[in-house]
Ligand binder design. Structure first.
Ligand code: ATP
Ligand code: MG
Ligand code: FE
Length: 347
């Protein structure tokens, strides 16, 4: 069965086609440029951009795969978490297609999509594996078994900001362009990571071993920048030091989680998995610990429809029941199961 996946939880409109774990084609449109002047995603603009982009993006994904609309055998769509107006556009489109084509509809958790993205490049996930999700809105360490069937175990989460949020906010303070994560990554290339001693939050012996905190780091970076008032800010050094601190904490805790649970594979996913230092330090530390490291290619790290199709494909092959056509969005859905089919509120 060819599964169409649709993603519209934030500022990317994505469509992807997957069959039996293989990516057949995909397309992404982004409204990122329209948000740049506001320094962050404006929900109303994002929702309207999805209205414009959804149909052309589905068409482009079909063209990319060399398939026709009638080849689609199931539709999977992100029903949460995310921006409510943005999610509703994707869900409305997915329902229309599922209804018109008379094929099953599957509601998918956005973060399960980020996890499943890796399977499109590296094949089925080993059971169990430890997954580090690092994105714009989330930072979690998970123990994942069968993604289509088993509940996901949260080993730890961020207590405040997500790692991507920390990059995005500090980038603003440093005067770097939006989005901040890639800008910090680029600026850091010319910097010295040892130039500033930023803290490594929650890494003390009494701290929760797998929880994260990035708001203190964000504040430390802002203080450091303020300390240069009237003088030129060595942005490259600040970016390199911040990136080093974030990558250090993320990879240290992820490797410790693998060790503690006797798990041989670490999967790093989400937008921040695109960060060059997160990738290189994860490689270094997993290599030293004898842990297999899996990181999806850059284009599958940030939001896309292929990852949602990948979850849909797993659900279809696991024989999961379809979502009812009155399925609703859940903007703050906790990650427990990959399939997400909240019922519409009645009355
Ligand atoms: P969520 O998935 O939690 O709902 P999201 O969809 O906004 O949030 P993603 O699209 O997965 O998040 O990732 C976007 C985040 O990744 C942004 O915070 C962005 O700054 C960050 N990011 C992207 N590329 C890089 C990079 N090279 N280095 C650091 N951060 C990056
Ligand atoms: Mg995005
Ligand atoms: Fe995302």
């Amino acid at each position: 069965v060819v599964v169409l996946g649709i993603e519209s939880s934030c500022d990317e409109t994505g469509a992807g086609l997957v069959r039996d774990g293989r990516l057949l084609g995909h397309a992404v449109a982004s409204s990122m440029d329209e948000h740049a002047r506001y320094g962050g995603v404006v929900p109303e603009i994002a929702a309207r951009a999805h209205v414009h982009a959804l149909t052309p993006v589905v068409r482009r994904a079909l063209d990319d795969a060399g398939l026709r609309m009638s080849d689609i055998g199931a539709v999977a769509v992100t029903t949460g978490p995310g921006l409510s107006g943005a999610l509703q556009v994707g869900l409305a489109g997915a329902k229309s297609l599922a209804y018109a084509l008379d094929v099953p509809l599957h509601g998918v958790h956005h973060l399960a999509g980020h996890v499943a993205a890796d399977t499109l490049e590296h094949g089925p996930l080993p059971d169990p594996c430890v997954v580090l999700i690092v994105s714009g809105g989330h930072t979690s360490l998970l123990l994942v078994r069968d993604l289509a069937r088993d509940p996901i175990v949260h080993l730890g989460d961020t207590l405040d900001d997500a790692a991507g949020e920390c990059f995005d906010k500090v980038a603003r303070v440093f005067g770097l362009p939006y989005p901040g994560g890639p800008a910090i990554d680029r600026a850091a290339r010319d910097g010295d990571p040892a130039a500033v001693a930023f803290p490594r939050p929650l890494t003390g012996p009494r701290d929760a071993p797998y929880d994260f905190s990035f708001s203190g780091l964000k504040t430390a970076a802002a203080r450091w920048a303020e300390g240069h008032a009237g003088r030129a800010l060595p942005v490259a050094d600040g970016a390199a030091a911040l990136q080093e601190a974030v990558a250090d904490v993320l990879t240290r805790k992820a490797v410790a989680a693998c060790r503690a649970h006797g798990v041989g594979t670490l999967v790093v996913v989400g937008g921040v998995a695109a960060n060059s230092r997160v990738r290189s330090l994860a490689e270094e530390r997993c290599g030293a610990a004898g842990i297999e490291l899996r990181v999806p290619p850059l284009r599958l790290c940030t939001d896309n429809g292929a990852m949602i199709a990948a979850v849909g494909d797993l659900l279809v092959r696991a024989g999961a029941g379809a979502a009812p056509l009155d399925v609703s969005i859940d903007p703050s859905a906790p990650l427990e199961f990959a399939a997400l089919a909240p019922r519409a509120a009645v009355g």
